[in-house]
Structures are given as structure tokens and as C-alpha cells.
Design a protein around this ligand. Structure first.
Ligand code: HMG
Ligand code: MG
Length: 294
């Protein structure tokens, strides 16, 4: 069995860091991730620089990206204005995003869910002209920081609408890390019957359950996982959100289970250690702690 890991540390990770890193540091992180054999890397986001100042260098980052035919570089695009900014870029695909919670969607992109779907349709039209595949994220699938409970029916309807619009994959976001394994099983059980092979999972680790949620997702047949080097991250428009499951924790679990990822774990831990050094603050990854203690 082989799984695909989508590294989101440069986008989801850095978007929540208060210190603004220079583009050169981001490029160095990308080089190190590539050296660890990560091939699916979400590098930045074309959201409004006022909303996410950390990613204001998105255009420059794409200009300087190491050219590498094997690497699938991706970026987040919130609207058609964001799409215009990625023209003539080396991206292999883009990602759109929407929330299953009306309040979180308003806080995150200043639009209702219906207006966001309309916006996504326009982005998909532009992407299809440029032959760019589009992934979609659904946020707050397992709970919302503002509304609490989120209805599975809303998630099912959003999945249907997004696939009807033409996205090739939906990544199910536990934006604030509230999902528990039995809930993950229930949600995936319901969605996998219609969308097997087209779903990814995106767990934040606020309560330390991201890895076990990845485990049950694997049991439910999911083979695409989002993760972040060192466990960096969080959504600035979701109070309480902490980082994604750490890539090295996910890889440690998968390799221990005999699941192939193609990733060099030692190189990955070196990269997390390098990032921690740059950051001058500990990263949450337990695998990194144990690697550094050796
Ligand atoms: P808005 O203020 O409603 O935008 O923001 P607007 O359409 O009213 O336009 C206002 C001004 O912004 C205009 O300029 C536009 O041109 C400009 P003016 O005419 O006043 O000079 N503008 C832009 N400029 C640059 N790039 C753009 C852009 N769009 C408009 N793309 C907007 C709407 C979507 C831009 C804003 O709400 C935004 O940037 N939000 C992003 C929030 C964000 O990045 N959140 C985190 C990512 S999502 C996440 O982390 C969750 C995920 O990880 C999954 C999970 O964990 O659940 C994916
Ligand atoms: Mg996220």
C-alpha cells in the first residue's frame, strides 16, 4: 500500500507564525523538503496580503521556486483576483477553500457559503482554461470554533457541489482539531461510499488526536494525508487552531505499519530541526523531540 502526503507547512504552517520569514528561508525549506523526497508541496497562498501578511511574497516565491519536474507545487487561491496573481507560474495545481460553517466562512473569506461556491465556480472556469487541476478544502468538517456542531449533511452537500463543479479532490479539514476517531469513522463511512479515492484528510492537532484520526482514516480507505513539517500551523481565522499533524509523526506511524511513503524520515527530521532553529521556538512534534534527544 502506498499513501500520498501533501506537505502544507509552508502555507498552513507559516500563515499562523507571527514572525514574517524572508522568501529565502521559505525557498530553503522547500529545498530541504524536496531532499526528504516530499513531492506534493503546498508552497503559498494568493489570499489578500493584509489578511495573511506572512504570504505577501507569494508571487516572488513562485518566481524563485526550484525547477523540478517531479515536484507538484500547489498554492491556495481564494478568488478570481487571487487566480490572476498566479499567471505563468510553475504550479501543477491550485486549491480552493470553503467552510462547512457559515460563520467561519464569513470570518475566513468574508463571504457566505453560497457566494463562495459561486466564486469557486469562476476559479474552476479559469483553471480549466489553464489546464490546472483543482483541489478543494472543506473547513470545519468536524466542528467550528464559532458554531460548535457542524452538520454532516452540509459537508455531504458541499462535497457533491464541489465535485459537480469539477474539483478532482476534496480535503476534509478538522480546522481546530476537535475531531475524535469515532466521528472521523462516521463521516468517512458516509462520504467514502460516493467519493472513494477522491478524498484527503487534513487534521490539526489541537487536542493531540490528529495522528489517531489519520490512523482511522487509513482504516476507512483514505490514502491522501495533509501534514505540516514539525506540526507548524493553524488558521488565523479560527481561534484555538493549532498546527497540522506533524509530517514526521505521520511518516513514523506509516513506516511503522509497513505503509510506503517514499519519504526519507531522517532527512525530514533534520528539516524539522532546521525549522525549529530558524523559528527559535519549539515545534510541537514529538518525533522531532525524540530525534533531537538521540
Ligand atoms: P475582501 O476584503 O472581502 O475582498 O477579502 P474584496 O473582494 O472585497 O476586495 C477588497 C480589496 O482586496 C480589493 O482591493 C481587491 O482587489 C483586493 P481595492 O480595490 O480595495 O484596492 N483583493 C485581493 N488582493 C490580493 N489578492 C487577493 C485579493 N482579493 C481581493 N486574492 C479575501 C476577501 C478572500 C481576499 C480575504 O478574505 C482573504 O484573503 N481571506 C483569506 C483568509 C485566509 O487566508 N485564511 C487561511 C487559509 S484557509 C485555512 O487555513 C483552512 C485550511 O487549512 C483547511 C482547514 O484547516 O480547515 C485550508
Ligand atoms: Mg488547515
Amino acid at each position: 500500500m502506498k499513501v500520498k502526503i501533501v506537505e502544507v507547512g509552508l502555507r498552513d504552517g507559516l500563515q499562523n507564525e507571527t514572525e514574517i520569514y524572508p522568501t529565502t528561508i521559505k525557498l530553503e525549506l522547500i529545498k530541504r523538503l524536496i531532499a526528504a523526497n516530499l513531492i506534493n508541496i503546498e508552497v503559498t497562498s494568493f489570499v489578500h496580503p493584509k489578511w495573511i501578511p506572512q504570504l505577501a511574497d507569494a508571487e516572488q516565491l513562485l518566481v524563485d521556486l526550484p525547477t523540478h519536474h517531479k515536484i507538484n507545487y500547489r498554492a491556495l487561491v481564494p478568488n478570481t483576483k487571487g487566480f490572476e496573481r498566479i499567471k505563468a507560474s510553475p504550479l501543477s495545481e491550485i486549491a480552493v477553500f470553503i467552510s462547512a460553517s457559515q460563520t467561519h466562512n464569513m470570518k475566513n473569506v468574508n463571504k457566505t457559503i453560497a457566494a463562495s461556491l459561486k466564486q469557486i465556480k469562476e476559479i474552476l472556469n479559469l483553471a480549466s482554461t489553464s489546464h490546472l487541476p483543482v483541489r478543494a478544502y472543506i473547513s470545519c468538517v468536524f466542528g467550528c470554533p464559532y458554531e460548535g456542531h457542524v452538520s454532516l449533511r452540509v459537508v455531504e452537500e458541499l462535497c457533491r457541489d464541489l465535485f459537480d463543479l469539477g474539483v478532482y479532490e476534496v480535503s476534509l479539514g478538522d480546522t481546530i482539531g476537535v475531531a475524535v476517531p469515532c466521528q472521523v469513522k462516521q463521516v468517512l463511512h458516509s462520504l467514502q461510499s460516493s467519493y472513494a479515492g477522491k478524498l484527503a484528510v487534513h487534521f490539526h492537532d489541537t487536542k493531540g488526536l490528529a495522528l489517531v484520526n489519520c490512523f482511522v482514516s487509513l482504516e476507512e480507505g483514505i490514502t491522501t494525508f495533509d501534514s505540516s513539517i514539525g506540526g507548524l500551523g493553524g488558521c488565523p481565522y479560527a481561534p484555538g487552531a493549532s498546527g497540522n499533524v506533524a509530517t514526521e509523526e505521520l511518516v513514523t506511524m506509516l513506516h511503522g505499519m509497513g505503509v510506503e511513503t517514499g519519504i526519507d524520515l531522517a532527512e525530514l527530521c533534520e528539516t524539522a530541526a532546521w525549522m525549529e532553529n530558524i523559528r527559535k521556538k519549539p515545534l510541537p512534534s514529538k518525533v522531532l523531540r525524540s530525534y533531537l534527544a538521540k
